[in-house]
Every structure is written in C-alpha cells, then in structure tokens.
Design a protein around this ligand. Structure first.
Ligand code: DOR
Ligand code: ZN
Length: 349
C-alpha cells in the first residue's frame, strides 16, 4: 500500500455557509486542514468588521471542541465599501483579505461591485498595507459568452489592475482556462485551482441530460483548458495552490434552481491526489496543498502532518444535514458514488 505524508494542508478558498449547513459540513475541512480562507458571500454578505466577527464566532461554535482549525475571514467588496473599515479590519486581524465579486457573477453576489475602477483608491490602500485581493474573475456582461467570461475579465479588468498595482497581492480564484494559467505566471500573481476543474470539462454538465451537479462558476471549460490546469496544479510552481471552492447547496435547491457550486470538501484531498498520481506528480502534492499557499501569503506552513494512503475509497451518494438527530436535508458531494483510490488516514505527529 502506497502512503504519502505531507505537511497539513490549508484550503485557500472555501464556502462554509451558515447555521445548520455550517454545523454539518465544517468537520470535512476542520479535521484535516490547518486554515481556510472563508468566502464572504453569505446570505447577508460580510461587509463589515462586526459581521465578520459574528460570522467567525459562529464558525468557532460549530467546530469540534479541541479543534485547532483557523478560519481566515474575508470582506466582501461592494460599491459602498468603506476603505477605513476594510483597512482597519485588516490591520486588526479581523480580515485576512478582501473578495471581489463582480455584481451578479455568482451565488449571492448581487451586492458585488458594479464598476471595478471605482475601487482603485481602495486597491491603492490595500497595496500599501499588504492586504490581499481575491478575485472572482468573470465579467457579467450578458453579451459575453459564458465560456469566455474569464478570459474577457482578464483582458478588460485584471490586466489593468495588475499593471496599475504591481505590488498588490492578487489571487485569481478558481481558474478555469489556459489563458488564466499563462496570465498568472506572467504577472506575478497567485491562483487557486479546484479539484472539480481538474476532473471535469464542460461536457459533464450535459452528460445524460442537463446535469446541475457539475454546474459551478466559473463553468468548466473545454478539455484543452482542463489539461492546462492539470499541468499547472501538478507543476509545483509557487503561484498555484489549493483552493477547493467547495460550495454546498442542498439537493432540493440544486435540483430546483440549478444553483452554481460543487460540494467537494468531503473528498477534495483524495480528488486532488488522484490527479497528481495520474500526472505522475505525487512529489509535488505537498507544494500545492501545504507550501505554496503559505509562501504566497507570507505565513508559516502548518506544523502537523497528514497521512494519506492509497486504498479504495467509496464516496457517499449523499451527505446528510442533521438537526436534532433528524435528517433535514442532503447535499451531493463531488465524486458521489465513485470509488477513489486514495483516502485520508489522519493527522500524524
Ligand atoms: O460555483 C460557485 N459557487 N462559484 C462561486 O463563485 C460561488 C459558489 C457558491 O457560493 O455557491
Ligand atoms: Zn467560491
């Protein structure tokens, strides 16, 4: 049996939701990851220091008692963002970073930014204080084909931001195209890559009828892009790091409205490992999962280690959402019903 022991990983892009869903899913991250960057697109978005503190407290309350997991909070940028609040929150360790959602680009982003140029003054202060800017990189212009929205965002918005703020710490989140892979490397910024974008291409959404299980934003693109992402993730290059974008939606909502988001946290490490093994790059897995992210953010890697073993691992069809011992909902995990070849064994000293 093959085994792999790596420094405990971090998830640099995670949706934890709130309330019951938060309580039911947090264990999938808190058990095996040291830290996670928590996305602020909750129903009422995290746009203030107070709301971030309240949200962080609810996360702490949902954690198992002895957990050392550290949630890293982000502020949701909007047209009304108060620069003082943002920078104060960063300087006082409330906010780890700011998240830019172009208005209506994805789930709960209706309060996002309508005109990005109006935030340039804020970007200037972020650059000065070293606050990272995390970007959902898609234009929302309905005239732009949905499969082109990342590339057009890079051309219309990101290249100008990167040029104008060369010292701003920018992360282009959940990249989906070879165009983004190239841009990230040429412009000295960082990028997260999800497990699902390494496994599926756009055909997955249309296989056996319209299938919202594989609908996420940015949408998966054509095969050549998936191959470029696999090459980037497994390259060991410092600019690419683990960010699952695990985004749970109850099955009933997914079926009803086809919400965007794939819940991968129960299998994310195994899912990534499958790719690294297929690409003959198991040696680079620790860099991607545990070293490149901390290095980008100037943080120490975690101290503990995580052991992974190569053994058959049947993924559940559903993850139950439980309230007072009753099942009140279900969420479908990525790879539901499949048998993966890797399994997390646990933390080792
Ligand atoms: O697919 C996605 N789901 N992409 C996002 O950017 C947001 C996320 C969510 O919150 O559901
Ligand atoms: Zn996300």
């Amino acid at each position: 049996m093959k085994t792999l022991t790596i420094i405990k990983p971090d998830d640099w892009h995670l949706h934890l939701r709130e309330g019951l869903v938060l309580k039911n899913i947090i264990q999938y991250t808190s058990e095996y990851y040291g830290r996670a960057v928590i996305m602020p697109n909750t129903k009422s978005p995290i746009t203030s220091i107070d709301s971030a503190i309240t949200y962080k407290k609810s996360i702490a309350e949902a954690l198992p008692e002895s957990s050392k997991f550290e949630p890293l909070m982000t502020m949701y940028l909007s047209d009304e963002t108060d620069k003082g609040e943002l920078i104060n929150g960063f300087k006082n360790n409330v906010f780890f970073a700011a998240k830019l959602y172009p208005a209506n680009a994805t789930t709960n982003s209706s309060h996002g930014v309508k005109k990005i140029e109006n935030l340039y003054e804020i970007f200037e202060s972020m650059q000065d204080s070293g606050m990272p800017l995390l970007i959902h990189g898609e234009v929302t212009d309905s005239e732009v084909d949905i499969f082109d929205r990342e590339e057009v965002f890079i051309d219309r918005e990101l290249s100008a931001i990167a040029r104008r703020f060369p010292k701003l710490k920018i992360v282009l989140e959940h990249i989906t195209t070879s165009y983004a892979v190239d841009f990230v490397q040429e412009n000295n910024i960082g990028a997260t890559i999800t497990p699902h974008h390494l496994h599926i291409n756009r055909n997955a959404m249309f296989f056996g009828g319209l299938n919202s299980d594989f609908y996420c934003l940015p949408v998966a693109k054509r095969e050549s892009n998936r191959l470029a992402l696999r090459k980037a993730a497994t390259s060991g290059k410092e600019c690419f790091f683990l960010g699952t974008d695990s985004a749970p939606h109850l099955i009933k909502w997914k079926a009803f409205c086809g919400c965007a988001g794939i819940f991968n946290s129960p299998v994310a490490l195994e899912s990534y490992l499958t790719v690294f093994e297929e690409e003959n790059a198991l040696d680079n897995f620790e860099k991607f999962a545990s070293l490149n992210g901390p290095k980008f953010y100037n943080m120490p890697p975690n101290r503990e280690k995580l052991k992974l073993v190569s053994r058959l691992n049947k993924v559940a069809e559903f993850i139950d959402v439980i309230e007072d011992k009753n099942i009140v909902g279900q969420i479908k995990p990525f790879h539901a019903g499949e048998t993966l070849k890797w399994q997390v064994e646990g933390i080792v000293n």
